[in-house]
Design a protein around this ligand. Structure first.
Ligand code: PLP
Length: 423
Protein backbone atom coordinates (compact mmCIF):
# COMPACT_ATOMS: atom_id res chain seq x y z
CA UNK A 1 0.00 0.00 0.00
CA UNK A 2 1.29 3.49 -0.80
CA UNK A 3 2.47 5.37 2.23
CA UNK A 4 0.12 8.19 3.18
CA UNK A 5 1.83 11.35 4.35
CA UNK A 6 -0.26 13.07 6.97
CA UNK A 7 -0.10 16.87 7.07
CA UNK A 8 2.57 18.55 9.19
CA UNK A 9 1.41 19.27 12.71
CA UNK A 10 3.66 21.27 14.99
CA UNK A 11 3.64 21.05 18.77
CA UNK A 12 4.15 23.97 21.11
CA UNK A 13 7.70 24.17 22.46
CA UNK A 14 6.25 25.06 25.86
CA UNK A 15 2.79 23.53 26.36
CA UNK A 16 2.64 24.83 29.94
CA UNK A 17 0.78 27.90 28.56
CA UNK A 18 -2.24 25.62 28.09
CA UNK A 19 -2.87 26.07 31.82
CA UNK A 20 -3.02 29.88 31.57
CA UNK A 21 -6.33 31.69 31.46
CA UNK A 22 -7.31 32.88 27.98
CA UNK A 23 -6.24 36.47 27.52
CA UNK A 24 -5.76 37.26 23.82
CA UNK A 25 -4.81 40.74 22.62
CA UNK A 26 -8.00 42.68 21.89
CA UNK A 27 -8.27 42.80 18.10
CA UNK A 28 -10.53 44.93 15.97
CA UNK A 29 -11.70 42.50 13.27
CA UNK A 30 -12.22 44.51 10.08
CA UNK A 31 -11.81 41.75 7.52
CA UNK A 32 -14.44 39.75 5.62
CA UNK A 33 -15.55 38.01 8.83
CA UNK A 34 -15.49 36.77 11.46
CA UNK A 35 -15.86 40.12 13.17
CA UNK A 36 -16.05 41.06 16.84
CA UNK A 37 -19.18 39.73 18.49
CA UNK A 38 -21.62 42.19 19.96
CA UNK A 39 -21.03 42.11 23.76
CA UNK A 40 -24.73 41.40 24.20
CA UNK A 41 -24.25 38.16 22.27
CA UNK A 42 -21.30 37.12 24.44
CA UNK A 43 -23.36 37.87 27.54
CA UNK A 44 -26.31 35.82 26.29
CA UNK A 45 -23.91 32.97 25.59
CA UNK A 46 -22.82 32.83 29.21
CA UNK A 47 -26.39 31.96 30.29
CA UNK A 48 -26.59 28.66 32.19
CA UNK A 49 -27.47 25.58 30.12
CA UNK A 50 -30.90 23.99 29.99
CA UNK A 51 -31.94 20.54 28.89
CA UNK A 52 -32.93 20.49 25.27
CA UNK A 53 -36.46 19.30 26.06
CA UNK A 54 -36.95 21.68 28.99
CA UNK A 55 -40.12 23.67 28.23
CA UNK A 56 -38.15 26.88 28.80
CA UNK A 57 -35.66 25.86 26.15
CA UNK A 58 -38.31 24.69 23.69
CA UNK A 59 -39.90 28.10 24.10
CA UNK A 60 -36.57 29.77 23.30
CA UNK A 61 -36.37 27.68 20.13
CA UNK A 62 -39.79 28.96 19.08
CA UNK A 63 -38.76 32.55 19.92
CA UNK A 64 -35.63 32.11 17.83
CA UNK A 65 -37.73 30.89 14.91
CA UNK A 66 -39.96 33.96 15.19
CA UNK A 67 -36.97 36.31 15.36
CA UNK A 68 -35.39 34.79 12.25
CA UNK A 69 -38.70 34.99 10.38
CA UNK A 70 -38.50 38.73 10.99
CA UNK A 71 -34.81 38.79 10.04
CA UNK A 72 -35.43 36.96 6.75
CA UNK A 73 -38.72 38.81 6.10
CA UNK A 74 -40.54 35.53 5.68
CA UNK A 75 -43.62 33.68 6.85
CA UNK A 76 -41.84 30.35 6.34
CA UNK A 77 -42.69 27.98 9.20
CA UNK A 78 -39.37 26.19 8.70
CA UNK A 79 -37.08 28.97 9.78
CA UNK A 80 -34.65 27.65 12.33
CA UNK A 81 -31.04 27.47 13.40
CA UNK A 82 -28.83 24.53 12.45
CA UNK A 83 -25.92 23.44 14.62
CA UNK A 84 -22.84 23.88 12.48
CA UNK A 85 -21.14 26.64 10.55
CA UNK A 86 -22.63 28.19 7.43
CA UNK A 87 -20.92 25.63 5.22
CA UNK A 88 -22.64 22.84 7.15
CA UNK A 89 -25.99 24.50 6.50
CA UNK A 90 -25.34 24.69 2.75
CA UNK A 91 -24.43 21.02 2.78
CA UNK A 92 -27.42 20.07 4.94
CA UNK A 93 -29.85 21.75 2.57
CA UNK A 94 -28.26 20.26 -0.53
CA UNK A 95 -27.81 16.83 0.98
CA UNK A 96 -31.47 16.82 2.05
CA UNK A 97 -32.94 18.39 -1.09
CA UNK A 98 -30.84 16.73 -3.79
CA UNK A 99 -30.97 13.03 -4.52
CA UNK A 100 -28.04 11.52 -6.41
CA UNK A 101 -28.65 12.15 -10.12
CA UNK A 102 -30.81 15.25 -9.59
CA UNK A 103 -29.84 18.21 -11.73
CA UNK A 104 -28.32 21.23 -10.01
CA UNK A 105 -27.38 24.50 -11.67
CA UNK A 106 -24.52 26.22 -9.85
CA UNK A 107 -24.11 29.93 -10.54
CA UNK A 108 -20.60 30.80 -9.45
CA UNK A 109 -18.93 34.19 -9.27
CA UNK A 110 -16.14 33.45 -6.79
CA UNK A 111 -14.61 30.96 -4.39
CA UNK A 112 -17.86 30.37 -2.52
CA UNK A 113 -19.64 29.56 -5.79
CA UNK A 114 -16.90 26.98 -6.26
CA UNK A 115 -17.77 25.66 -2.80
CA UNK A 116 -21.43 25.28 -3.84
CA UNK A 117 -20.22 23.25 -6.80
CA UNK A 118 -18.01 21.06 -4.61
CA UNK A 119 -20.87 20.37 -2.22
CA UNK A 120 -23.29 19.59 -5.06
CA UNK A 121 -20.71 17.15 -6.45
CA UNK A 122 -20.47 15.38 -3.10
CA UNK A 123 -24.27 15.03 -3.12
CA UNK A 124 -24.01 13.11 -6.38
CA UNK A 125 -25.87 15.77 -8.37
CA UNK A 126 -25.70 16.14 -12.15
CA UNK A 127 -24.25 19.59 -12.31
CA UNK A 128 -24.06 22.44 -14.75
CA UNK A 129 -21.88 25.35 -13.65
CA UNK A 130 -22.14 28.83 -15.08
CA UNK A 131 -19.55 31.37 -14.09
CA UNK A 132 -19.38 35.13 -13.99
CA UNK A 133 -15.92 36.69 -14.10
CA UNK A 134 -14.51 37.25 -10.63
CA UNK A 135 -15.32 40.84 -9.72
CA UNK A 136 -18.62 40.75 -11.61
CA UNK A 137 -22.12 39.38 -11.08
CA UNK A 138 -24.70 37.63 -13.28
CA UNK A 139 -27.27 39.16 -15.51
CA UNK A 140 -30.49 37.14 -14.94
CA UNK A 141 -30.72 36.52 -18.70
CA UNK A 142 -27.50 34.45 -18.48
CA UNK A 143 -29.06 32.27 -15.81
CA UNK A 144 -32.34 31.98 -17.72
CA UNK A 145 -30.60 30.64 -20.82
CA UNK A 146 -29.16 27.73 -18.84
CA UNK A 147 -32.36 27.16 -16.90
CA UNK A 148 -34.21 26.75 -20.17
CA UNK A 149 -31.70 24.30 -21.61
CA UNK A 150 -30.78 22.30 -18.49
CA UNK A 151 -34.08 22.17 -16.48
CA UNK A 152 -32.45 21.72 -13.07
CA UNK A 153 -34.27 20.71 -9.90
CA UNK A 154 -32.23 23.22 -7.90
CA UNK A 155 -30.40 26.45 -8.66
CA UNK A 156 -27.77 27.45 -6.15
CA UNK A 157 -26.00 30.81 -5.86
CA UNK A 158 -24.39 33.12 -3.29
CA UNK A 159 -25.98 36.45 -2.55
CA UNK A 160 -22.59 37.84 -1.62
CA UNK A 161 -19.40 36.02 -2.55
CA UNK A 162 -16.95 37.10 0.13
CA UNK A 163 -13.94 36.19 -1.99
CA UNK A 164 -14.71 38.87 -4.57
CA UNK A 165 -16.89 41.12 -2.34
CA UNK A 166 -19.56 41.13 -5.07
CA UNK A 167 -23.31 41.13 -4.34
CA UNK A 168 -25.57 39.32 -6.76
CA UNK A 169 -28.94 41.06 -7.30
CA UNK A 170 -31.52 38.36 -6.55
CA UNK A 171 -34.81 40.10 -7.19
CA UNK A 172 -36.65 38.16 -9.89
CA UNK A 173 -34.41 35.09 -9.71
CA UNK A 174 -36.81 33.05 -7.56
CA UNK A 175 -39.66 33.70 -9.97
CA UNK A 176 -37.42 32.81 -12.90
CA UNK A 177 -36.39 29.51 -11.32
CA UNK A 178 -39.99 28.62 -10.52
CA UNK A 179 -41.04 29.39 -14.10
CA UNK A 180 -38.65 26.65 -15.23
CA UNK A 181 -39.62 24.22 -12.47
CA UNK A 182 -36.52 24.74 -10.30
CA UNK A 183 -36.13 25.72 -6.68
CA UNK A 184 -33.66 28.38 -5.58
CA UNK A 185 -31.10 27.96 -2.82
CA UNK A 186 -29.12 31.02 -1.72
CA UNK A 187 -25.99 31.15 0.41
CA UNK A 188 -26.37 34.48 2.20
CA UNK A 189 -23.68 33.88 4.82
CA UNK A 190 -21.65 36.90 3.84
CA UNK A 191 -24.39 39.34 3.01
CA UNK A 192 -27.55 38.83 5.03
CA UNK A 193 -28.01 41.38 7.76
CA UNK A 194 -25.94 43.92 5.80
CA UNK A 195 -28.24 44.25 2.83
CA UNK A 196 -31.92 43.45 2.24
CA UNK A 197 -32.92 39.85 1.64
CA UNK A 198 -36.74 39.73 1.64
CA UNK A 199 -37.02 35.99 1.21
CA UNK A 200 -40.77 35.79 0.51
CA UNK A 201 -40.89 38.79 -1.79
CA UNK A 202 -37.98 37.37 -3.79
CA UNK A 203 -39.37 33.81 -3.84
CA UNK A 204 -36.28 32.08 -2.47
CA UNK A 205 -36.76 28.45 -1.43
CA UNK A 206 -33.80 28.01 0.89
CA UNK A 207 -31.48 30.52 2.48
CA UNK A 208 -28.53 29.57 4.64
CA UNK A 209 -26.47 31.93 6.77
CA UNK A 210 -23.96 32.14 9.60
CA UNK A 211 -23.66 34.40 12.61
CA UNK A 212 -20.09 35.59 12.19
CA UNK A 213 -20.58 38.43 9.73
CA UNK A 214 -23.39 41.02 9.79
CA UNK A 215 -25.18 39.12 12.57
CA UNK A 216 -22.35 39.98 14.99
CA UNK A 217 -22.00 36.60 16.63
CA UNK A 218 -19.52 33.73 16.57
CA UNK A 219 -19.51 31.12 13.83
CA UNK A 220 -21.00 27.77 14.74
CA UNK A 221 -24.75 28.23 14.29
CA UNK A 222 -26.48 28.62 10.96
CA UNK A 223 -29.87 30.29 10.59
CA UNK A 224 -31.85 28.91 7.65
CA UNK A 225 -35.27 29.38 6.16
CA UNK A 226 -37.10 26.95 3.87
CA UNK A 227 -40.15 27.66 1.71
CA UNK A 228 -43.07 25.25 2.08
CA UNK A 229 -42.17 23.72 -1.27
CA UNK A 230 -38.57 23.13 -0.16
CA UNK A 231 -39.65 21.84 3.27
CA UNK A 232 -42.05 19.38 1.62
CA UNK A 233 -39.52 18.22 -0.92
CA UNK A 234 -37.11 17.44 1.93
CA UNK A 235 -39.69 15.97 4.31
CA UNK A 236 -40.92 13.65 1.58
CA UNK A 237 -37.66 11.75 2.16
CA UNK A 238 -38.15 11.56 5.94
CA UNK A 239 -36.84 8.54 7.78
CA UNK A 240 -36.94 7.96 11.50
CA UNK A 241 -34.02 6.36 13.28
CA UNK A 242 -34.43 2.86 14.56
CA UNK A 243 -35.13 3.16 18.25
CA UNK A 244 -37.49 6.13 17.80
CA UNK A 245 -39.91 4.69 15.26
CA UNK A 246 -43.57 4.61 16.25
CA UNK A 247 -45.73 1.56 15.53
CA UNK A 248 -46.82 1.45 11.90
CA UNK A 249 -43.98 3.73 10.79
CA UNK A 250 -43.58 4.05 7.02
CA UNK A 251 -40.30 5.47 5.67
CA UNK A 252 -40.39 8.41 3.29
CA UNK A 253 -40.12 8.27 -0.47
CA UNK A 254 -36.97 8.45 -2.52
CA UNK A 255 -33.45 7.74 -1.36
CA UNK A 256 -32.74 8.05 2.33
CA UNK A 257 -30.75 11.22 3.02
CA UNK A 258 -27.17 9.98 3.02
CA UNK A 259 -26.03 11.67 6.22
CA UNK A 260 -27.69 11.25 9.59
CA UNK A 261 -26.40 14.51 11.06
CA UNK A 262 -27.19 16.51 7.92
CA UNK A 263 -30.72 15.12 7.51
CA UNK A 264 -32.93 18.19 7.68
CA UNK A 265 -36.08 16.05 7.69
CA UNK A 266 -34.88 14.64 11.04
CA UNK A 267 -33.93 18.12 12.23
CA UNK A 268 -37.49 19.23 11.36
CA UNK A 269 -38.88 16.41 13.49
CA UNK A 270 -36.61 17.56 16.28
CA UNK A 271 -37.75 21.21 16.10
CA UNK A 272 -41.38 20.19 15.54
CA UNK A 273 -43.99 19.77 18.27
CA UNK A 274 -43.18 16.05 18.21
CA UNK A 275 -39.67 16.88 19.41
CA UNK A 276 -38.13 13.64 18.14
CA UNK A 277 -34.63 13.18 19.42
CA UNK A 278 -31.80 13.93 17.03
CA UNK A 279 -28.57 15.74 17.99
CA UNK A 280 -28.17 17.45 21.35
CA UNK A 281 -29.01 21.06 20.61
CA UNK A 282 -25.99 23.40 20.96
CA UNK A 283 -27.72 25.36 23.70
CA UNK A 284 -25.11 28.10 24.00
CA UNK A 285 -25.07 28.68 20.24
CA UNK A 286 -28.85 28.95 20.25
CA UNK A 287 -28.67 31.57 22.99
CA UNK A 288 -26.16 33.46 20.81
CA UNK A 289 -28.20 33.12 17.62
CA UNK A 290 -31.31 34.31 19.43
CA UNK A 291 -29.51 37.39 20.73
CA UNK A 292 -28.02 38.20 17.29
CA UNK A 293 -31.49 38.29 15.76
CA UNK A 294 -32.94 40.15 18.74
CA UNK A 295 -30.34 42.91 18.31
CA UNK A 296 -31.18 43.20 14.62
CA UNK A 297 -34.91 43.24 15.00
CA UNK A 298 -34.71 45.76 17.85
CA UNK A 299 -32.55 48.15 15.81
CA UNK A 300 -34.88 47.62 12.85
CA UNK A 301 -33.86 46.18 9.50
CA UNK A 302 -33.93 49.49 7.56
CA UNK A 303 -31.73 51.14 10.21
CA UNK A 304 -29.26 48.26 10.16
CA UNK A 305 -29.02 48.34 6.37
CA UNK A 306 -28.57 52.13 6.43
CA UNK A 307 -25.76 51.74 9.00
CA UNK A 308 -23.99 49.24 6.74
CA UNK A 309 -24.48 51.45 3.68
CA UNK A 310 -23.01 54.44 5.55
CA UNK A 311 -20.01 52.35 6.62
CA UNK A 312 -19.54 51.20 3.03
CA UNK A 313 -19.58 54.78 1.71
CA UNK A 314 -17.07 55.83 4.36
CA UNK A 315 -14.71 52.90 3.64
CA UNK A 316 -14.88 53.58 -0.10
CA UNK A 317 -14.25 57.32 0.39
CA UNK A 318 -11.38 56.56 2.77
CA UNK A 319 -9.65 54.05 0.49
CA UNK A 320 -10.03 56.28 -2.54
CA UNK A 321 -8.74 59.21 -0.48
CA UNK A 322 -5.56 57.15 0.04
CA UNK A 323 -5.22 56.80 -3.74
CA UNK A 324 -6.09 53.10 -3.66
CA UNK A 325 -8.01 51.41 -6.48
CA UNK A 326 -11.17 49.51 -5.65
CA UNK A 327 -11.57 45.95 -6.90
CA UNK A 328 -14.34 44.74 -9.23
CA UNK A 329 -17.68 46.14 -10.26
CA UNK A 330 -18.07 48.63 -7.42
CA UNK A 331 -21.74 49.25 -8.25
CA UNK A 332 -22.35 45.62 -7.25
CA UNK A 333 -20.13 45.33 -4.20
CA UNK A 334 -21.46 44.13 -0.87
CA UNK A 335 -21.96 47.03 1.52
CA UNK A 336 -20.26 45.21 4.37
CA UNK A 337 -16.95 44.43 2.68
CA UNK A 338 -14.83 46.29 0.16
CA UNK A 339 -12.12 44.84 -2.05
CA UNK A 340 -9.18 47.06 -2.85
CA UNK A 341 -6.01 46.43 -4.87
CA UNK A 342 -2.71 46.27 -3.04
CA UNK A 343 -0.81 49.18 -4.63
CA UNK A 344 2.37 48.59 -6.61
CA UNK A 345 5.48 48.33 -4.48
CA UNK A 346 3.57 47.36 -1.32
CA UNK A 347 3.73 43.86 0.14
CA UNK A 348 0.11 43.07 0.98
CA UNK A 349 0.78 40.41 3.60
CA UNK A 350 3.51 42.44 5.30
CA UNK A 351 1.18 45.42 5.59
CA UNK A 352 -1.60 43.26 7.07
CA UNK A 353 0.89 41.88 9.60
CA UNK A 354 1.88 45.42 10.61
CA UNK A 355 -1.77 46.38 11.04
CA UNK A 356 -2.33 43.32 13.21
CA UNK A 357 0.84 43.49 15.28
CA UNK A 358 1.16 47.25 15.71
CA UNK A 359 -2.50 48.31 15.74
CA UNK A 360 -4.40 45.14 16.69
CA UNK A 361 -6.49 45.53 13.54
CA UNK A 362 -7.24 42.65 11.20
CA UNK A 363 -8.13 43.08 7.53
CA UNK A 364 -8.27 40.27 4.97
CA UNK A 365 -6.52 39.25 1.81
CA UNK A 366 -8.41 37.08 -0.67
CA UNK A 367 -8.22 33.63 -2.19
CA UNK A 368 -6.65 31.98 -5.21
CA UNK A 369 -5.81 34.46 -7.97
CA UNK A 370 -6.55 37.41 -5.70
CA UNK A 371 -4.30 36.37 -2.80
CA UNK A 372 -1.77 39.10 -2.02
CA UNK A 373 -3.26 41.31 -4.76
CA UNK A 374 -6.47 42.39 -3.08
CA UNK A 375 -7.25 43.33 0.50
CA UNK A 376 -10.76 43.02 1.86
CA UNK A 377 -11.84 45.61 4.38
CA UNK A 378 -14.99 44.75 6.29
CA UNK A 379 -17.30 46.98 8.29
CA UNK A 380 -20.18 44.86 9.42
CA UNK A 381 -22.43 43.92 12.29
CA UNK A 382 -21.13 45.30 15.57
CA UNK A 383 -18.16 46.84 13.72
CA UNK A 384 -20.20 48.84 11.18
CA UNK A 385 -19.57 51.89 13.35
CA UNK A 386 -17.87 55.20 12.55
CA UNK A 387 -15.20 54.78 15.24
CA UNK A 388 -14.22 51.29 14.02
CA UNK A 389 -14.08 52.46 10.40
CA UNK A 390 -12.12 55.63 11.16
CA UNK A 391 -9.59 53.86 13.41
CA UNK A 392 -9.01 51.26 10.72
CA UNK A 393 -8.47 53.84 8.01
CA UNK A 394 -6.15 55.90 10.23
CA UNK A 395 -4.01 52.86 10.97
CA UNK A 396 -4.03 51.87 7.30
CA UNK A 397 -2.74 55.34 6.37
CA UNK A 398 0.19 54.96 8.73
CA UNK A 399 1.24 51.52 7.53
CA UNK A 400 0.71 52.45 3.86
CA UNK A 401 2.93 55.50 4.27
CA UNK A 402 5.53 53.36 6.05
CA UNK A 403 5.49 51.03 3.04
CA UNK A 404 6.22 53.97 0.74
CA UNK A 405 2.78 54.39 -0.88
CA UNK A 406 2.38 57.97 -2.12
CA UNK A 407 -0.75 59.86 -1.06
CA UNK A 408 -1.68 62.89 1.00
CA UNK A 409 -1.59 61.90 4.67
CA UNK A 410 -4.94 62.41 6.35
CA UNK A 411 -6.87 62.46 3.07
CA UNK A 412 -8.41 59.02 3.56
CA UNK A 413 -9.59 59.51 7.12
CA UNK A 414 -10.84 63.01 6.29
CA UNK A 415 -12.82 61.70 3.31
CA UNK A 416 -14.40 58.95 5.43
CA UNK A 417 -15.12 61.37 8.25
CA UNK A 418 -16.67 63.77 5.72
CA UNK A 419 -18.77 60.99 4.29
CA UNK A 420 -20.18 60.17 7.73
CA UNK A 421 -20.80 63.87 8.51
CA UNK A 422 -22.54 64.44 5.18
CA UNK A 423 -25.02 61.62 5.84
C1 PLP B 1 -20.21 33.38 1.16
C2 PLP B 1 -19.77 32.37 2.17
N1 PLP B 1 -20.34 31.16 2.16
C3 PLP B 1 -20.00 30.20 3.02
C4 PLP B 1 -19.03 30.42 3.96
C5 PLP B 1 -18.64 29.32 4.90
O1 PLP B 1 -19.01 29.67 6.18
P1 PLP B 1 -18.47 28.90 7.47
O2 PLP B 1 -17.02 29.24 7.54
O3 PLP B 1 -19.27 29.50 8.60
O4 PLP B 1 -18.72 27.47 7.27
C6 PLP B 1 -18.40 31.66 4.04
C7 PLP B 1 -17.34 31.93 5.02
O5 PLP B 1 -16.69 32.92 5.03
C8 PLP B 1 -18.80 32.66 3.12
O6 PLP B 1 -18.22 33.88 3.14
Amino acid sequence: MTDIHLPALSHLPNPAGAFDELNPAARLLMGPGPINADPRVLKAMSTQLLGQFDPQFRRMMRETMALYRAFFETQNDWTLVLDGTARAAIEMVMMSAVEPGDKVLVCSFGRFGQLLNEIAQRCGARIEVIQAEWGEVFDLAQIEATLKRFSPKLVTICQGDTSTTMLQPLEGLGELCHRYGAMLQVDATASCGGTPLPVDAWGIDAVTAGLQKCLAGPSGAAPITLSDAMAKSIYRRRHIEEGLRPAGYQPGLGQRIASNYMDIAMVMDYWSDAGLNHHTEATTMLYGARECARIFVQEGLPAVYARHAAASRAVVAGLQGMKLKLYGDVAHKMPNVTGVYVPDGVNGDKLRAALLNDFNIEIGTSFGPLHGKVWRVGAMGYNARPDAVLHTLAALETVLAAEGHAFTRGAGVDAAYGSYKAA
